[in-house]
Design a protein around this ligand. Structure first.
Ligand code: PLP
Ligand code: COI
Length: 335
């Protein structure tokens, strides 16, 4: 495998994935297979009504050969919240961890080597398998988890990307599901995402659907801004609570920065020193330029990555890769 050439995509390895099925009130035993497909009923609620949730986690091997998953219980809890919101069967902490650890053990040879540009990504998916033409809660579901080595979500990695503010179609509704990681949040973003890519932009900044005055998310990642000694990120119940952002808030506080969660107006974007997207796939992706499609305004933050942002990036990677002390207990060892 040419680790440094990998995109953020499903990069086939022939490794095993796992499936569990929920029927008659209980989960089946795990089934491991190298089959990359799964039979789905033509009237399943996932296919027809989007009743589906997913997660994304990363796995790292230290220099001494230990394997760690980054904060998997946070993902388990977020998926449980998605289950409650979609009225789907829940995956317990134990089952989620078992699935992660066993898939990692069976795919350990595909964890990219330290120093390469790639990382191992785990994708748990929970979806309604129940054949069901009425729109209603389901009591049959599948939980699937696979592993694949990936490059960074934005191909530029730690180099600045160009993004666009597009208000023509909202990603999530004001009282919708933006705060849970469900498949149905992503479908409404495809059109603007595609338009942005065709015009040479890496991602879309979504604003709040009520006033369109506040920044919400940057593509499939959270939005963060630095000004002086402040780390600022949107406070909104329609933004996904990002585990990466939450970790960066802690690291920023460790660096002595003031961490502020508050609404961020589009009008103040030009006042920030640095802005960036962050997430499991994106890690930290600095934003070099923001173009507002409605006003025609262009804000440039320069082509250099600010030292503060770079320090946050290295502090996160150093913990993940086992080079720095894991003093917040974020690493879960796969034995
Ligand atoms: N926001 C959205 C819409 C996402 O899809 C993701 C990716 O998971 C994130 C933010 C970042 O969340 P996390 O850091 O937990 O991966
Ligand atoms: C991640 O960053 O882990 C994500 O799940 C984003 C995704 C939609 C690719």
């Amino acid at each position: 495998m040419n680790w440094n050439e990998l995109r953020f995509d499903f990069n086939p390895t022939g490794g095993e994935n796992v499936r569990y099925y929920f029927r008659n009130g209980e989960w089946s035993a795990p089934q491991f297979t190298t089959d990359e497909t799964i039979p789905v009923h033509i009237s399943s609620a996932a296919l027809n009504y989007g009743i589906s949730a997913f997660e994304g986690l990363k796995v790292f091997r230290t220099e001494e050969g230990k394997i760690h998953i980054f904060r998997p219980l946070e993902n388990a809890h977020r998926m449980q919240e998605a289950s409650r919101r979609l009225c789907m069967p829940e995956v317990s902490d134990e089952m989620f961890l078992e699935a992660c650890c066993e898939v990692v053990r069976r795919n350990a040879e595909f964890i990219p080597p330290l120093g390469s540009a790639a990382e191992m990504y785990l994708r748990p998916v929970l979806f309604a398998t129940k054949p069901c033409l009425t729109v209603r809660a389901v009591d049959e579901a599948a939980f699937v988890l696979f592993a694949t080595p990936v490059g960074t979500y934005f191909k530029e990695g730690i180099h600045p990307i160009k993004v666009v503010i597009d208000r023509s179609q909202d990603r999530v509704a004001p009282r919708g599901t933006g705060d849970v990681k469900i498949a149905a949040n992503y479908a409404p973003s495809i059109l603007s995402c595609e338009r942005a890519h065709r015009s040479g932009y890496g991602a879309v900044i979504y604003t709040d659907a009520l006033t369109h005055r506040y920044v919400e998310e940057c593509g499939a990642a959270n939005f963060i801004a630095l000004r002086g000694n402040q780390y600022i990120t949107p406070d909104s119940h329609t933004v996904l609570p990002s585990i990466t952002n939450n970790s960066l808030c802690q690291l920023a506080a460790d660096m002595g920065m003031e961490v502020i969660r508050r609404p961020i107006a589009v009008d103040e974007l030009a006042d920030f020193d640095t802005v960036a997207a962050c997430g499991t796939g994106a890690i930290i992706s600095p934003i070099g330029t923001i173009f507002d499609l409605d006003t025609g305004e262009k804000i440039s933050y320069g082509d250099e990555v600010s030292p503060r942002l770079l320090e946050l990036y290295h502090r996160l990677l150093d913990i993940q890769h086992g080079r720095a002390e894991d003093k917040h207990g974020w690493l879960y060892e796969v034995k």
